[in-house]
Design a protein around this ligand. Structure first.
Ligand code: ATP
Length: 243
């Protein structure tokens, strides 16, 4: 799995949409399930999206939904230049199954001079080739989602965001042994190797930064940061208690 993997979270993924739109928008190449939903989400957040797909029917289904949609073969350098790929602030290559098309598209975009590329890979060798071409942002949606789901299904974590292979952010509840006392006295970082970043008192409430003097209760929600192993162990501290 890519050590730069990131869940497909379109809006947050690309930061604030306004500066992007000003800088010439985002090109999404390949409007399949992944590229299509990414393009729609970006567009819904005000980003100027240029959608490109080789399939006429796919292109038609996006008519009017994006700032611009083109039927084109993205492996064609002339076409890419005509689309203004050198001017967009980000390019997403969302072609998966056609390995050759994905790699050719990536190398043509690099040749044109845009290095702000995010590419989807459907296998480890695919990801490796994209990395070797010089693309650092390679996503593996199926893998990332599978890893995330594994944590959710286990039950103690209600949301899970891998930042990198060795660092994650998880949403869970405070274990009994750190509750009802100021965070500083619970020594969370020393004892469990994680940091409680934020907390929310109740459903519908707002999130707050977890200062040292805040007291958490077991019915609160918290965001915990640290290595996957430590975060998982921390979120399961009450397991023994529950029997
Ligand atoms: P998903 O799961 O997102 O649907 P996938 O990996 O099954 O993706 P692919 O079949 O590889 O997806 O392609 C995604 C989209 O990319 C398709 O709509 C396809 O028409 C388009 N596509 C494939 N090759 C090219 C190309 N050379 N230029 C432009 N678009 C392409």
């Amino acid at each position: 799995m890519s050590d730069r993997s990131w869940l497909a979270r379109p809006a947050a993924f690309f930061g604030d949409s306004k500066p992007l739109a000003k800088n010439g928008g985002v090109a999404v190449i390949g409007l399949g399930r992944f590229g299509g939903s990414l393009a729609r989400e970006l567009s819904a957040h005000g980003v100027d999206v240029i959608g490109v797909d080789i399939d006429e029917a796919v292109v038609e289904s996006f008519d009017g939904q994006l700032a611009h949609v083109s039927r084109a073969d993205a492996t064609d350098e002339v076409v890419l230049r005509q689309l203004g790929i050198d001017e967009v602030s980000r390019v997403v290559i969302a072609i998966g199954s056609d390995l050759q098309a994905s790699i050719l598209t990536a190398s043509k975009i690099l040749k044109i001079g845009n290095r702000h590329i995010w590419a989807k890979a459907i296998s480890e060798p695919h990801a490796e080739i994209l990395h070797q071409l010089g693309i650092t942002n390679v996503v593996r949606p199926e893998n990332d989602m599978g890893a995330r789901l594994a944590h959710l299904i286990r039950g103690h974590i209600s949301d899970f965001l891998p930042i990198d292979a060795d660092f994650v952010l998880a949403r869970t509840t405070p274990p009994t042994r750190i509750a009802d006392q100021p965070l500083a006295s619970a020594n969370v970082r020393q004892r469990y190797g994680v940091t409680i970043v934020a907390f929310k008192r109740e459903e519908g409430g707002t999130w707050d930064i977890a200062d040292r003097d805040v007291t958490l209760y077991t019915d609160n929600e918290i965001l915990v940061a640290g290595s996957p192993k430590n975060v998982e162990a921390f979120s399961e501290l009450d397991k023994d208690v529950e029997g």
